[in-house]
Write a protein that binds this ligand. Structure first.
Ligand code: AG3
Length: 293
C-alpha cells in the first residue's frame, strides 16, 4: 500500500501483495507490468520519474506514468529513430539529440563512424542521473568522449546554434505539457535553422491506433516548414497500440524517403533495423495514410 501512495500520474496497484504498474492508453485500455522492484521514484521539477525492474520486460523508465522504454523492446524505437536518418545522411558528423536523457539514441548514434560529436540536450537532469545509475544497457555510452551532455531547454539551445547540426533527433515524451511545443511549426522553424544545408530532422511522432489525429497534426505543422516531411512506421510493442510513427524531414531539396540507406559498418549488428526494413518502413498502410495531409 505504501507504493500506491507514491503514485499520482501512474495507476499502480497492489494485487494480492504483488505490485502492478499500468499505463492507460485510453479510458479503458492499457498495458500492465508486474514490478519486482522500484529502483528510483521521484517527482523532479519537471515530471514524475519512475525506474522499475519488471517481471518480464527488464528494467523500464516511466515519465508521468507513460512508458519511455523497456529493456526488452527499446531496440525497435532507438534503432529506427537513429539509423533511418544517419544511414541516409551523406556525412553525419554532428548529431543533436533533444530529450533522450536515457542515452538510448546516443548509444545508437555512436555506432556510426562518421559521427564526430553527439550533443544531448535534456531538460531533466534527474532522468540522466537515474538512467546512468540503474540502466547501463541503455545509458552506458553517455560517458563516451564523443558525447556532450547538456542539461537545459532544447528550444533555447537550438536558438543559439544556427546552421550547426547534420542531424537533429527529437526523442521526446508525448506532445502534452512541456513537450507539446516540440511538435509545432515554430519549433520546426527553429530546428530547421539549426540544421546544416543537407541536414535531416527526425522525431518520434506517436502511434496511429490511439493518436492518429495527432500524427496528422504533426505532419501538417512540419509541411509548413520543411520542403519534405515524411512519416515512417515501425512496431514498439510497449507503446500505446504497439505501432509507432516517426517524422523525417529534410532541410535540403531531396525527398529523404527516396534515399538509399548506407549500410552500417560490419560488426554493428542491429536487431530491428536493416536496409530492407528501412525502405519498408516508409510504406504506410491506408488507415495511417488517411491521417496524413
Ligand atoms: N520517448 C517517446 C516515448 C513515447 C511513448 N509514449 C507513451 N508511452 N505514451 C521515448 C524515450 C526513449 N529514449
Amino acid at each position: 500500500m505504501e507504493l500506491k501512495k507514491k503514485t499520482s500520474a501512474s495507476p499502480a496497484v497492489l494485487h494480492q501483495g504483488e505490485f502492478w504498474f499500468t499505463e492507460l492508453h485510453a479510458p479503458g485500455t492499457g498495458i500492465t507490468f508486474r514490478v519486482r522492484r522500484v529502483l528510483h521514484w521521484a517527482r523532479t521539477p519537471f515530471q514524475e520519474l519512475a525506474l522499475v525492474e519488471t517481471e518480464d520486460m527488464g528494467r523500464a523508465l516511466f515519465l508521468d506514468g507513460t512508458v519511455q522504454f523497456t529493456e526488452r523492446d527499446e531496440f525497435f524505437y532507438h534503432e529506427m529513430l537513429v539509423h533511418v536518418p544517419l544511414c541516409i545522411h551523406p556525412r553525419p558528423r554532428r548529431v543533436l539529440i533533444v530529450g533522450g536523457g536515457d542515452g538510448g539514441c546516443v548509444r545508437e548514434a555512436l555506432r556510426h563512424p562518421e559521427v564526430e560529436e553527439v550533443t544531448l540536450v535534456e531538460i531533466d537532469g534527474e532522468v540522466v542521473d537515474a538512467c546512468r545509475k540503474h540502466i547501463p544497457s541503455v545509458s552506458s555510452k553517455l560517458d563516451d568522449p564523443r558525447v556532450r551532455v547538456l542539461i537545459e531547454d532544447g528550444v533555447a539551445f537550438l536558438k543559439r546554434n544556427r546552421g550547426t547540426f547534420d542531424v537533429i533527433i527529437v526523442d521526446s515524451t508525448d506532445p502534452v505539457g512541456m513537450a507539446s511545443p516540440l511538435t509545432q511549426a515554430p519549433f520546426f522553424r527553429t530546428a530547421r535553422e539549426a540544421l546544416t544545408p543537407q541536414g535531416l530532422y527526425v522525431a518520434q511522432s506517436q502511434g496511429p491506433i490511439f493518436d492518429g489525429r495527432e500524427i496528422g497534426r504533426i505532419a501538417r505543422a512540419a509541411r509548413k516548414v520543411f520542403r519534405h516531411a515524411r512519416h515512417f512506421m515501425a512496431p514498439t510493442p510497449t507503446y500505446p497500440g504497439g505501432l509507432w510513427t516517426y517524422l523525417l524531414a529534410a532541410r535540403g531539396p531531396k525527398d529523404p524517403a527516396g534515399l538509399r540507406p548506407r549500410p552500417l559498418p560490419r560488426g554493428e549488428r542491429t536487431r530491428y533495423y536493416s536496409a530492407e526494413v528501412h525502405r519498408a518502413a516508409f510504406v504506410l498502410p491506408p488507415f495511417v495514410r488517411d491521417f496524413l495531409p
